[in-house]
Design a protein. Structure first.
Length: 303
């Protein structure tokens, strides 16, 4: 027996969702527990993430279809030409669907399976989705603040190149990424309406990557380690702020554009006990931040 596990993350134009993938992972975990040999198949886009873990391109799996005795489709609605094409490609296999939505029991995409174990179907009580049962390893959550403006720096701006380099590096990290924004706009729910909302979001991350000065400051006041990347050639306010806090995880634009290896080093440090301890120091010192500036302001007002 050898099983090929597929779903909507497998066809070329399928729509991949976290639920689809987690449902497939739940199936794979059970097959492994039963000591059943299996492979997983992915679309070209999703193969970028799951190929390094041993997943196959669906086209490659189809080319070696004779190697499989069973096909298991996990999650999603059972409908459409893409499902039917798998029935044709694996016609010799026993075909099963599990954790799926059945919209029309007479749909050829449904009737092509030998066994269908639905999560919801006409006349059947609903079942809990398989995604809830999938084993999920813990991952760090990285908050990401990027700025594309700051035209005041003129020819020293390296914002586009720095953002592109950071984006490429972030895409390769085994982490969850949360796009954060310091701009406030109460009219748009996709943006924070108040500063407190930004602070609350930052506090829930494990580390921050930022090209914004206040991305660094808000991370440190919350005790969250940050990689501060200065997008201005020669350094500007991000570098100055890192120095003001005595914060070591600082990367200049030229340094980043020479290669992303420095980011790997800083991220490992930020997620280590040493990085968290240094961020805790900054958090404890935060209430006194700006004291000299405020004293100078008060003196000027009274003078």
């Amino acid at each position: 027996m050898r099983v090929l596990v597929v779903g909507w993350s497998s066809p070329l134009h399928g729509e991949s969702t976290a639920g689809d993938v987690l449902s497939a992972e739940a199936v794979c975990a059970r097959l492994a527990a039963e000591r059943v040999a299996f492979d997983t198949a992915w679309s070209p886009a999703m193969h970028r993430a799951y190929g390094p873990r041993g997943g196959l391109l669906l086209d490659d799996a189809v080319a070696r279809a004779a190697d499989y005795t069973h096909l298991v489709w996990a999650c999603g609605p059972l409908t459409g030409r893409q499902v039917q094409e798998l029935h044709e490609a694996f016609a010799h296999c026993r075909r099963l669907a599990v954790g799926v939505s059945v919209l029309d029991p007479a749909d050829p995409a449904v009737t092509g399976f030998d066994v269908v174990v639905p999560r919801d179907a006409p006349g059947a009580p609903p079942q809990r989705d398989l995604a809830a049962a999938a084993p999920v390893p813990p991952l760090p959550l990285l908050g990401v603040f990027l700025t594309h403006g700051q035209g005041e720096y003129g020819a020293a701006r390296r914002h586009e190149e720095v953002s592109a380099a950071l984006g490429g590096w972030l895409a390769e990290q085994r982490c969850a990424r949360l796009v954060l924004e310091t701009r406030l706009d109460p009219r748009d729910w996709r943006l924070p309406a108040t500063a407190e909302e930004v602070v609350a979001a930052v506090a829930r991350t494990d580390a921050v990557v930022t090209t914004r000065l206040h991305g660094l400051v808000l991370a440190l006041r919350a005790g969250v380690p940050a990689i501060a990347v200065d997008p201005v050639a020669g350094g500007a306010k991000v570098s100055a702020q890192a120095r003001a806090w005595g914060w070591p995880a600082l990367v200049g634009a030229q340094e980043l554009l020479a290669g992303p290896g420095v980011l790997d080093e800083h991220l490992a440090w930020c997620l280590s006990g040493a990085g968290r301890a240094e961020a805790a120091r900054c958090r404890d010192e935060a209430p006194g931040a700006g004291a000299a500036q405020l004293e100078a302001l008060v003196a000027a007002l009274r003078g």
